[in-house]
Design a protein around this ligand. Sequence first.
Ligand SMILES: [Fe+2]
Length: 257
Amino acid sequence: MMQSEGRDRLLRVIKEIAAGNYSNEIIELTGPGYDPEVRELAEAVGMMMVKIEAREFHLEQLNEQIRNDTLNTVTAVAHALGARDTYTEGHGERVSIYAERLAQRIGLDEHEVERIRIAGMLHDIGKIGFSDLIFSNEDTDISKDMLLEIRSHPQWGYDILRNLTFLGPALEYVYAHHERLDGNGYPRGLCEDQIPLGARILAVADCFDAMTTDRSYQKGKTPQEAFAILGKIAGSALDPDIVDAFFDEIEDNGMAE
Ligand SMILES: [Fe+2]
């Protein structure tokens, strides 16, 4: 083989490696058919490739570890609320399941589905700041002060979670899960599209689970009864398209355990 041919091939392979296209062609260039200079260079580049690949593997492992730690952090934070109120913890998990299923059903990408799932688990975390009176209150009579406290929980949740940068837009979903399309929600009175889609999904899942769960002071409604109510508030409070999608989802796949 001509010397220049080996060098040209080596140069081409190195350029391909630099562009991120790893192949075993570099190994061929270390074979006996090539000029010693080309072989030596090919061996050095081959070694470099092996080291880069080892580093990439290590980085992937680190990423996986960070992801697991992150999910464990979210679970730990959600369980912290469960220590104060067992209903709220189970509610968070079910809302998370419903919201994830809804997000998948309407075709959101996997990263967004994951964000919505996490926001579902954390959506009521601000309730950790409630006074004991609210957790133990089984009356339907709620004083003005209590109402103010209850309505503060999206803001408190936002304040608790705001420095967890990995949450990204999920923080907004927690913040906006009690907003209504007609602007009469809280805490900011956002309207229609001002409310992020993730928050509109949470709102539907939240209402449904709150209605269909047994509480000490009320028996949970059937899914049919709950959907009759959701249908009435679709358009004013809830996003009607999401209510429709959720209706189909529950018909097809049933309720969360
Ligand atoms: Fe809430």
